[in-house]
Design a protein around this ligand. Structure first.
Ligand code: SF4
Length: 372
């Protein structure tokens, strides 16, 4: 064994949600939950001092504040993910998150401001604001996600601001308008759908109907004409019939998503959905997954083809061998351009690109200006 004296720590949602089960896993020296993560280095020190096993999992208490973990070292990616919100109060019937991450809480905006300044000082141009239920950001303080995005936009050096996954029911018109007023805001909306069938949405305890979701996308399209929509969709939820599934697949096509992550429902012990009758057999889930993936692929291809002829600013992230520079447009489409000079890197530069063609997964273009 290469590192026989290594300390192994098991942490995250599993030990937090199932502490007794996790505590029995004797291969781990430290078992910690999702709470008090900033204390993990101290637990490692303690364990190294006299090699004893430590189980440190404390339950979340309603109303406790966000635990800010400040990053002091940065990798060389062009994009930084900044977690500003944790926990969830929604209790969707299939989900363990409210048990594993506690209730909604937010990182105070002044901490966000300092963190973004550090990130910008380290040369990063793009920020992605993330959270478990990001659309609830700031509720306890009287501000919201658009305020956090504004703080990012006021930081010198930040040229792009994105949002992570969003729950559709909290996207108010006022918040959208304030986001639209931020020049660096990238109009890619990852609106978690889960199902396009109302019967399934109700069984999932989601708080919107398919029609409400559709109306939201229409409103966003009016405010952000160049926006894209991405989402997550689950197939094979308990009691989902062939008709429910067909309704969900048709809805995915109706929205015309740029990208869909398709999941098969998997049971989570302790959730309401786990106890429901009518669990869908695995072979049926697989067939539905294949069909939904095909529908999502069709949408993606169509969306990418619709971009041909447009000129978009691309933030380049990496080179692929000697052939291509890879970067992303504001709507999060992957754009490639040919490498004229194999020695030259465009990393972390924003260049205007005319899109000339598309494939099933990306677009290909040429720089608008010859000197780049
Ligand atoms: S699926 Fe999302 S909104 Fe629903 S309970 Fe889980 S984290 Fe909350």
């Amino acid at each position: 064994m290469r590192y026989s004296d290594a300390v192994i720590a098991l942490t995250g949602c599993y030990p937090q949600a199932s502490p007794d089960e996790a505590a029995k896993l004797t291969d781990a020296d430290i078992i910690a939950g999702t709470k008090d993560r900033s204390g993990i280095p101290a637990l490692v020190e303690e364990c190294l001092a006299d090699r004893h096993r430590i189980v440190s999992i404390s339950p979340y208490i309603k109303g406790e504040p966000f635990e800010p973990i400040v990053c002091s070292r940065f990798d060389d990616n062009t994009r930084a993910f900044v977690k500003i919100q944790d926990g969830c109060d929604q209790f969707c019937s299939y989900c363990m998150i409210p048990f594993a991450r506690g209730r909604c809480r937010s990182k105070p905006i002044e901490i966000v401001r300092r963190e973004i300044a550090d990130i910008a000082a380290n040369g990063k141009k793009e920020i992605v604001l993330t959270g478990i239920n990001l659309a609830f950001y700031g509720r306890e303080f009287g501000y919201d996600m658009a305020d956090a995005a504004k703080v990012c936009s006021e930081t010198e050096g930040i040229e792009r601001i994105r949002l992570g996954s969003l729950e559709p029911e909290m996207m108010s018109e006022d918040m959208l308008m304030r986001l639209a007023a931020i020049p660096q805001f990238c109009p890619q909306f990852h609106l978690s759908l889960q199902s396009g069938c109302d019967r399934t949405l109700r069984a999932m305890n989601r708080k919107y109907t398919a029609e409400e979701y559709y109306q939201l996308t229409e409103r966003i399209r009016r405010i952000f004409p160049d926006c894209s929509f991405t989402t997550d969709v689950m197939v094979g939820f308990p009691q989902e019939t062939d008709e429910d599934f067909a309704e969900s697949a048709a809805f995915v096509k109706k929205i015309g998503f740029a990208k869909v992550h398709v999941f098969r429902y998997s049971r989570r012990h302790g959730t309401r959905a786990d106890k429901m009758d009518g669990q869908v057999p695995e072979n049926v889930k697989t067939v539905r997954w294949q069909k939904m993936t095909a529908a999502a692929g069709e949408c993606r291809e169509k969306y990418l083809a619709s971009l041909v002829g447009k000129t978009v600013p691309v933030l380049f992230e990496r080179e692929n061998s000697t052939e291509f520079h890879h970067g992303y447009a504001p709507d999060y489409t992957l754009i490639k351009i040919s490498r004229k000079n194999p020695e030259k890197s465009l990393r972390n530069r924003i260049i205007s690109v005319i899109i000339e063609s598309s494939s099933s997964d990306d677009c290909f273009g040429r720089p608008e200006h010859l000197s780049y």
